[in-house]
Design a protein around this ligand. Structure first.
Ligand code: AMP
Length: 141
């Protein structure tokens, strides 16, 4: 398998070299909004430890990501008044992976509302700021 590349965009976000719409952080994980959301509140949960995807992540690091994905899923359902929530993780190009640092997509869903296709459009920064605030508030409640 291809080795982990520490120049990927999420590694740069982790090092503080690029900004993100952060909603949650702990010792092992970071969660931030997807800038091209497929549904309102689409959030990414990543491990702080380097891992390309599901193939090479250490089980303990994956466990931290899973725990935080559940926390984010519950907050996103509250924040966006969603009826459901979808979790997705793509590993390798054949599965649609584009950024090579493991991430869980957490996407609030409502009945009859289709997901946008990946990378449809960049969301307005004002909207992302407002959604960040909503997520942070829901995580505190
Ligand atoms: P994947 O196809 O699973 O690798 O998904 C990568 C995701 O990262 C896509 O949903 C992109 O919209 C998202 N993305 C790319 N660059 C950024 C960024 N700088 N901040 C937040 N999300 C990003």
């Amino acid at each position: 398998m291809t080795a982990y590349d520490n120049q990927n965009i999420f590694a740069k976000i982790l090092r503080g070299e690029l900004p993100c719409y952060k909603v949650y952080e702990d010792d092992h994980t970071l969660a931030f909004l997807d800038i091209m959301p497929r549904s309102p509140g689409h959030t990414l949960v990543i491990p702080k430890a380097p891992a390309r995807n599901i193939i090479d992540i250490k089980p303990d690091d994956l466990a931290h990501v899973a725990r935080v994905s559940q926390k984010i899923a519950l907050a996103a359902m509250t924040a966006f008044k969603a009826e459901g929530v979808m979790i997705a993780q793509f590993s390798e190009p054949a599965a649609g992976q584009e950024v090579y640092h493991l991430h869980m997509h957490v996407m609030p869903r409502n009945e009859g509302v289709a997901l946008l296709p990946p990378a449809t459009r960049k969301e307005d920064p004002k909207v992302l700021e407002e959604h960040t605030a909503r997520m942070i508030a829901a995580l505190k409640s």
